[in-house]
Design a protein around this ligand. Structure first.
Ligand code: AMP
Length: 539
């Protein structure tokens, strides 16, 4: 066969050629834009040409600091189209981490949303590699700013070449994108995505047994474009000619509901907190969500109660998926096998709340203390992964080489595998609770607690115990209307039938809020620190 290199820009070229009339709907600070793929293609070429004029060369890094909108989508293609690397910066990282990752990546040019620009005025003296800033806004005027030099995105595009040719001879193993993990300890670690990985990952998203993304879809990635390539959806959707809805800055559940109903969104994807918030709005029945064929939920475990609410109360199919920054990200999707459709509803829900089955193209192992675990749904071990869209190293950082031992990515996620191959994450290695030599899954306890009607959020963490080494303690946020009306015993009695006695938390602490990471996951390290002050004596 022909040794054709897989390249990111060919995905956009297909949309330009075959789907020039299909649209991208993009919400920015001031308006909702509607652009065709013909327009997106021309604008992307203009951007590439102007980045080249600003001195961006193959291999250089160009940072983006923005929400989900059409300009960010254009950068997704314009930068790799030059053979350069798009570094999608997580806008929710701390200023220290933002400075660290820009310097570590040595970003040459930064594209920044207008509402996020003030941050860089404070950081600019710490960013020696940045040679130019480009402000992404609807205006061609540049706001007065101490950033130098500062260009208007639209003014640059006006000067650009709409027929600019993307670089053709790019080695498919060369990097196209860069994201950093959202570090709960130490500095964030970079993961470089090759052209090959992004293209193959896009194919995987289109498979009927994964997300089945296709031309007929209207795809709305709610997951940020600065978080693992928005789970690869903008690339795949462009390639397949799907319509896209990019929900823009500071959206609310109401804005998402309006976009779903107004644009007839068919597929949307995001983390559980987004879907919890949206459920509250949709359950009031004011929006027509009949177009939705899949809400994809990942990033943290999707509680059974959430799946049940969407499917049984709203009639919206809800899919649980799993991945990480190091995996581009799609690894598993929880879809039933054909013969599992005969199971009872409760049995089906139990399976679908697992992280699911490995997507084609990847390999996995689950490694326990005594080698590969039995596929019995009981034995726990660390999930190891291999495949064409799995990272083999961190970007210019060998402090965590053990993560990639023996040619496998050691995910740090502890899982069981059932006889059908469904993996279920029981914890992060560092969050597992080791009590009296046995492991307790904090995730299982959390899922059981969140099923209680009064509970809004729950996180279970280990606290030191003289007798048992560690014991679980539950931190619970009650729904407003239940505050002060629910006791610890109510929660413990509610979950008791589901667990052996020694699994039950030693304490339940009611809180106003659970500390979260920049991408909305429980920050258990901080919670453990906070608990030190709550607990007067070790349990
Ligand atoms: P990130 O690199 O920020 O996307 O975080 C990846 C980590 O999030 C994984 O290693 C898991 O610990 C967690 N994660 C992602 N998806 C899920 C899921 N569906 N269920 C439980 N945890 C998940």
């Amino acid at each position: 066969m022909m040794p054709i290199q897989l390249n990111v820009s060919t995905m956009l070229e297909r949309a330009e050629l075959l789907f020039p009339r299909k649209t991208v709907i993009s919400r920015t600070l001031h308006q909702v834009h509607r652009l065709t793929y013909k327009e997106i293609g021309e604008r992307t070429r203009r951007l590439s040409s102007m980045l080249a004029k600003l001195g961006v060369e193959p291999g250089d890094r160009v940072g983006t600091f923005g929400w989900n909108h059409h300009r960010h989508l254009e950068a997704y293609f314009a930068v790799p189209g030059l053979g350069a690397v798009i570094h999608m910066i997580n806008i929710r990282l701390s200023p220290e981490h933002i400075v660290y990752i820009i310097n570590h990546a040595q970003d040459k040019v930064l594209l920044v949303d207008e509402d996020l620009l003030p941050l860089f005025e404070k950081l600019k003296d710490h960013l020696p590699t940045v040679k130019a800033y480009i402000v992404m806004s609807d205006s061609t005027e540049v706001a007065s700013s101490s950033l130098e030099p500062l260009y208007s995105y639209e003014a640059l595009l006006a000067e650009g070449d709409p027929k600019f040719q993307f670089k053709k001879d790019i080695d498919e193993y060369s990097p196209a994108g860069l994201c950093f993990t959202s570090a709960t300890t130490g500095n964030p670690k970079g993961v470089e995505y090759t052209h090959r990985a992004l293209v193959l990952h896009s194919l995987a998203i289109g498979l009927a047994d994964t997300l089945a993304l296709s031309e007929s879809d209207v795809c709305m990635p709610v997951v940020p474009m600065f978080h693992v390539n928005a789970w690869g959806l903008p690339y795949a959707a462009t390639w397949f000619g799907s319509s896209q809805v990019l929900p823009g800055p500071r959206f609310t559940p109401e804005i998402l509901a309006e976009l779903i109903a107004g644009e007839k969104v068919t597929v949307t994807a995001g983390v559980p907190t987004i879907w919890l918030g949206l459920y509250n709005v949709l359950s009031q029945g004011r929006y027509d969500t009949g177009s939705l064929r899949a809400v994809v939920c990942g990033g943290s475990a999707a509680p059974v109660s959430l799946i049940r609410s969407y499917e049984d109360k709203l009639g919206i199919p809800f899919y649980h998926a799993y991945g990480m920054t190091e995996t581009t990200p799609l690894v598993t999707v929880a879809r039933l096998k054909s013969y599992q459709e005969n199971l009872s509803r409760e049995e089906q829900l139990e399976l679908r709340a697992k992280q699911g089955v490995l997507v084609p193209g990847l390999e996995m192992r689950v490694l326990g203390a005594n080698g590969d675990v039995k596929w019995d749904g009981q034995e726990m071990g660390e999930l190891l992964l291999r495949g064409p869209w799995i990272a083999k190293e961190y970007y210019k950082d060998d402090t965590s080489a053990h993560v990639f031992d023996d040619g496998w990515l050691h995910t740090g996620d502890i899982a069981t595998v059932d006889p059908e191959g469904f993996i279920k994450l029981v914890d992060r290695t560092k969050d597992l609770i080791k009590s009296g030599g046995e492991w307790i899954s904090s995730v299982d306890l959390e899922n059981a607690i969140i099923d209680h009607e009064a509970v809004f959020e729950a996180a279970v963490v280990a606290v030191p115990s003289e007798q048992w080494a560690e014991r679980p303690v539950a931190c619970v946020v009650l729904k407003e209307e239940y505050k002060g009306r629910v006791a610890k015993e109510d929660i413990l009695n509610f979950i008791a039938p589901k667990f052996p006695k020694w699994w039950l938390p030693d304490d339940v602490i009611f809180m106003d809020e659970i500390p979260k990471t920049s991408v909305g996951k429980f920050l258990k390290r901080k919670l453990r620190e906070q608990l030190k002050y709550h607990l007067t004596k070790p349990v």
